[in-house]
Design a protein around this ligand. Structure first.
Ligand SMILES: Nc1ncnc2c1ncn2[C@@H]1O[C@H](COP(=O)(O)OP(=O)(O)OP(=O)(O)O)[C@@H](O)[C@H]1O
Ligand SMILES: [Mg+2]
Length: 285
């Protein structure tokens, strides 16, 4: 899915992460470095997969890119705009599906998307048509009048995708968008994302623990462990760089295991995310 822009070597990066570090905690309770001197560029129109074990720092990186966390050290630019100095402009360039469920259960499907359309200042005259088109894109037109609290997990995820796409973002950031989806629903999410990429040259950053998705969707994969970049390349390049098993060529799952073996740090990360996810899920229904 390389567009001309993506493959031309001179094109300015869509996302430029430069020596980024981020630590949580304080001196009294201990500090933990979640992102450690990360440097990474994403080309316009490219789909980059951010992979790595639980607690590797993927969500933290994404939240820094999205301006949801303040930059402590290093620098991020989105289409040349520094996220610290141009936070509002950057937010308008980005569509974001967070790891934790984020929709409002007391609103209908359509109201949830309208709310985002208003947040992004989509002109009133265009709003209704834009909302309809993204609802249609994620197959939620028929369910649009129902309260989101009555939606199934897969419908919630598709609604979040509609929210993220309503302002036609230049950069779409998806943090485990297909967790809990059935195989058909997963395919349909990726089909939609791919369609937007082709039609609008959208840049995509995804995290997923499904290696088949990463292989199918991503032009390049960044493998993170302990907040650092362990490997970067096209899936086939990464596979070719490590030995396979029993005479078979390496799979992307082998690649993941190879780099993750340098230390699984699922400590607080996994538990915190699961708990927070449940809390939000119960609010949503
Ligand atoms: N708000 C926070 N406060 C304290 N520590 C945090 C916070 N957010 C993340 N961390 C810690 O930072 C590290 C990286 O977490 P992060 O959520 O970025 O990992 P991840 O790669 O997204 O993992 P997963 O695959 O489980 O989603 C973990 O050790 C986690 O406990
Ligand atoms: Mg995460």
């Amino acid at each position: 899915m390389n567009t001309d822009m993506a493959s031309s070597p001179g094109a300015a990066p869509a996302v430029e992460i430069d020596h980024l570090s981020h630590a949580f905690g304080n001196r009294r309770h201990g500090r933990h470095t979640a992102v450690d001197d990360l440097t990474l560029s994403v080309r316009p129109g490219e789909c980059l997969g951010l992979l790595g074990p639980n607690g590797a720092g993927k969500t933290t990186t994404i939240r820094l890119v999205n301006t949801l966390l303040p930059i402590q050290q290093g620098r991020i630019r989105i289409h040349g705009l520094d996220v610290t100095h141009h936070a509002m402009k950057v937010r308008r360039l980005i569509g974001y599906v967070p790891q934790q469920l984020s929709i409002e259960g007391a609103l209908t499907g359509r109201e949830n998307v309208e709310w985002f359309a208003r947040l992004f200042d989509i002109p009133r005259s265009q709003r209704a048509a834009r909302v309809e088109s993204v609802l249609e894109m994620v197959d939620l037109t028929d369910a649009a009048e129902r309260l989101a609290s009555t939606f199934s997990g897969g419908m919630v995820r598709r609604l979040e995708l509609a929210q993220a796409l309503v302002n036609r973002p230049a950069v779409l950031v998806l943090d485990e968008p297909t967790v809990g989806l059935d195989p058909v629903a997963r395919d349909s999410v990726w089909e939609r994302v791919h369609q937007m990429q082709i039609e609008h040259g959208m840049t995509v950053i995804i995290t997923t623990h499904y290696m088949d998705e990463a292989e199918a969707m991503c032009d390049r994969v960044a493998m993170m462990t302990h907040g650092r970049l362990a490997a970067l390349g096209a899936p086939e390049e990464l596979r070719a760089a490590i030995p396979g098993r029993d005479g078979d060529p390496a799979t992307l799952e082998d690649v993941f295991r190879h780099y993750a073996r340098s230390g699984l740090n699922e400590d607080q990360g996994g538990i915190r995310n699961v708990r927070a996810g449940r809390r939000t899920a119960s609010r949503v229904g």
